[in-house]
Write a new protein. Structure first.
Length: 144
């Protein structure tokens, strides 16, 4: 008879399965300008993906990342899966969401980059928007 009490159980961390993006992979780069109100025009090739808005936050310290809502959720899930073994509590997830501004382009494709994010990445007038598969990166042109 098999000794069931001797069985060792291990807990494993399930890594979220990558879901398909709800838009074509982002690519290309565009040199643009911020207006006096801190707005930038989203290039027309990206506008449909962001019709219902997106999440904008600092990314890799030197630029901003802009994700669709679904893309940001997938980004969070990937980060959360990596953090599970090292961190506990809701602090890191809370920080991720509270640091991300919700932006919605207007009918002309413009959206405001909040001042705190412009300051954090030294965005002034010339910006470069770069497509990076699942998100856009907004760089100060002099850094890009």
């Amino acid at each position: 008879m098999e000794d069931q009490g001797a069985a060792i159980t291990q807990s494993t961390v399930a890594v979220p399965r990558a879901e398909k993006l709800d838009h074509a992979a982002f690519g290309d780069q565009f040199c643009l300008h911020l207006d006096a109100k801190g707005r930038v025009i989203l290039p027309s090739v990206f506008r449909q993906a962001f019709q219902s808005g997106g999440r904008l936050r600092t990314y890799e310290r030197e630029c901003l990342g802009l994700w669709t809502e679904k893309g940001f959720k997938l980004f969070d899930e990937r980060l959360y899966a990596r953090r599970l073994s090292a961190l506990s509590g809701k602090g890191p997830r809370r920080s991720l969401y509270t640091s991300a501004a919700y932006v919605v382009p207007d009918t002309q494709g413009r959206f405001v980059i909040p001042e705190r994010l412009r300051v954090a990445t030294a965005l002034t007038f010339d910006v470069t928007i770069v497509g990076n598969i699942d998100h856009l990166e907004i760089w100060p042109s002099h850094v890009w």
